[in-house]
Design a protein around this ligand. Structure first.
Ligand code: AMP
Ligand code: MN
Ligand code: MN
Ligand code: MN
Length: 297
């Protein structure tokens, strides 16, 4: 099992634990190197870093940037070992956050049109950071109000294209997200490639290859091979893309909190053979623990 977990969320975005609680849970579960990768926000990093130091585990500054590719395809780019004080990165994710309030109002209108009132207030009650209001907070409201059994089932009947609560949105450009991450000294990782859709259909292989080619041409260097949200088939597919395109391989649970996650922290299966782990980018080949991230931001 891997003791690196390089994709996780706190209540700074749409997780349920505080950054310190998240780190405590990771340490308890045997994670030795953790990255906090909140959506479009890096405010949790100092608290998480301090908690990691007190638990004796290594911490990597991270972020997960929401991107719109080719007008209508949402993809997520994780930045690892970023410097949150880098101006273009900090301002870039702030600009991505600014669209969320208006989007939330439209989502609530769409739910109201389907007979579900009170969604805006209901969603904000679940958002500890109101700037990051998003679909997960609406999903928690829909569960709380008895419309769905759990958050995962919300995403079958609501908040996705063609269903109540869905609102198309323009996130960052792929070139900007990769540029901000690289500019800050980080590594850009294409998150959970198995999860992308166009409309409600999975992205086909030719389109995935075009995405990867463009991502690499812009400076992207890694792909999430092991993800809590991947099936073993999707993991194998991602490993093949990594080999085909010469990408480093990343791993992360995409943990959002107890009872709401695909997989618990510290439960990630090993990489398929031949993967080169993304931490080579900051530890060097073979790994010199603590090499570059210590003391950063
Ligand atoms: P947003 O950035 O507001 O569009 O929200 C995206 C978030 O919704 C993701 O980061 C997940 O936390 C959550 N989400 C999306 N699809 C699913 C799903 N099928 N099951 C559980 N959570 C999901
Ligand atoms: Mn999320
Ligand atoms: Mn994601
Ligand atoms: Mn995530």
């Amino acid at each position: 099992m891997l003791d690196y977990d390089l994709h996780s969320h706190s209540a700074v975005s749409d997780g349920t634990l505080t950054p310190a609680e998240l780190v405590g849970h990771a340490a308890e579960r045997g994670v030795k190197t953790l990255a906090l990768t909140d959506h479009d926000d890096m405010d949790g990093l100092p608290e998480a870093r301090a908690a990691a130091a007190s638990h004796g585990i290594r911490f990597i500054n991270g972020v997960e940037i929401s991107v719109t590719w080719r007008n209508n395809i949402t993809v997520h780019v994780v930045g690892l070992n970023v410097d949150p004080r880098h101006g273009p990165l900090a301002e870039g994710v702030a600009s991505v956050r600014r669209g969320r309030g208006e989007r939330a109002r439209k989502m609530a209108e769409s739910l109201a049109a389907a007979g579900i009132g009170g969604a805006l207030e209901g969603a904000y009650r679940h958002a500890r950071n109101p700037e990051l209001i998003g679909r997960t907070h609406f999903a928690r409201f829909l569960v709380e109000s008895g419309r769905c059994r759990d958050v995962a089932s919300v995403f079958k009947n609501f908040l996705i294209k063609g269903k109540p609560g869905y609102v198309a949105h323009d996130w960052a450009a792929l070139s900007d997200a990769v540029g901000w991450i690289n500019g800050s000294g980080g590594v850009a990782v294409l998150a959970h490639p198995g999860r992308y859709t166009v409309g409600r259909k999975p992205l086909g292989k030719p389109t995935m290859r075009e995405l990867l080619r463009e991502f690499i041409d812009l400076g992207g260097r890694a792909i999430e091979v092991v993800s809590g949200s991947h099936t073993s088939q999707q993991c194998a597919d991602a490993a093949r893309y990594a080999a085909e395109f010469g990408l480093l391989a990343s791993c992360g649970s995409d943990y959002h909190g107890p009872g709401e996650s695909y997989r618990d922290l510290g439960q990630l299966p090993d990489f398929p053979l031949d993967c080169r782990p993304v931490w080579e980018a900051w530890e060097g080949v073979g790994g010199t623990p603590g090499a570059q991230d210590v003391g950063k931001g």
